[in-house]
Design a protein around this ligand. Structure first.
Ligand SMILES: NC(=O)c1ccc[n+]([C@@H]2O[C@H](COP(=O)([O-])OP(=O)(O)OC[C@H]3O[C@@H](n4cnc5c(N)ncnc54)[C@H](OP(=O)(O)O)[C@@H]3O)[C@@H](O)[C@H]2O)c1
Length: 248
């Protein structure tokens, strides 16, 4: 499959490595240009390109940027064919992304992203920490394989996201349409708690939407206290212990 990835940060770099290692033809871009992309993530044949080039002649685009960058990225989609599947890894953190009135008023993060882009999306890989994602993927069928939720309105988005999540060493559990994707947003029991495909459906069903913002913000405070800044991601052991205590 031909895949364009925007973002080479905590999540994007692992997407590039895993999806190119799995045999996909991957192009990748960040905000600063191809020369700034670390060659270590290109070892399996991915190519560093500009953001505009990453969206040309691909079957799938994966967005792995902060949510606040989506409005700047949206114009790049003007010439992207309707058949190209878009998958977004974003989460909304007001301290990082600024206040987004529509989300605060009740729109799910993924509905907001789809609205900004003016096209359907799938939401995937948003609910696993960067450390677990980099370290814990295993082949399908292995005991204890981590499962992550995916949300989508369209069958094609859902099927392609499911297949690509599998290629990154994880099981995918369909969480429902974008309008219900709050059940995989920050603060939810399914969010970054490293559950299996047997455990994840009950966690999704147990989500109390009204408690998510408070729990999200508590986790951010605890992590900042632990690691000392807002850009370092905690190790997977600490992150999963914390999310299980706060979110489940
Ligand atoms: N970190 C996690 O554990 C985690 C887990 C699941 C989901 N997520 C979500 O996934 C998204 C990415 O998170 P992250 O932690 O990987 O972020 P990050 O480390 O801050 O990396 C963000 C990447 O996006 C790029 N970018 C920003 N604006 C762009 C633009 N206009 N065009 C192209 N690229 C642009 C940045 O480019 P430069 O390198 O040039 O700055 C950077 O490579 C966020 O929405 C986050 O909430 C994060």
């Amino acid at each position: 499959m031909k895949i364009g990835i925007l973002g080479t940060g905590h999540i994007g770099k692992t997407l590039v490595r895993k999806l190119s290692a799995a045999g996909n033809e991957v192009k990748v871009a960040n905000s600063r240009g191809p020369d700034t992309i670390n060659e270590e993530i290109l070892v399996h044949g991915a190519r560093a390109v500009t953001s505009a080039e990453a969206l040309i002649d691909v079957d799938v685009v994966i967005l792995s940027t902060p949510l606040r960058a989506i409005p700047q990225i949206a114009p790049l989609f003007a010439d992207v064919p309707a058949g190209t599947v878009v998958i977004d890894t974003s989460n909304y953190y007001p301290g990082r992304d600024g206040e987004i009135a529509a989300i605060k008023a009740g729109q799910t993060e993924s509905e907001w992203v789809a609205g900004q882009l003016g096209r359907p999306i799938a939401k995937a890989w948003n609910a696993i920490t960067s450390a677990s994602f980099a370290e814990k993927g295993v082949a399908a069928g292995r005991p204890g394989r981590i499962a992550i939720p995916i949300a989508a309105d369209g069958v094609r988005e859902r099927e392609i996201a499911t297949a690509l999540v599998d290629e990154t060493g994880l099981d995918a559990v369909y969480s429902g349409p974008l309008s219900e994707s709050w059940c995989q947003q920050p603060g939810a029991p399914s969010y970054c708690t490293d559950l299996t495909r047997e455990e994840l459906p009950a966690a999704l069903a147990a989500t109390d939407r009204s408690r998510l913002p408070k729990r999200r913000d508590l986790a951010i405070e605890a992590i900042a206290e632990r690691v000392g800044d807002s850009t370092t991601n905690p190790d997977s052991d600490y992150a999963v212990r914390l999310t299980r205590v706060l979110f489940m």
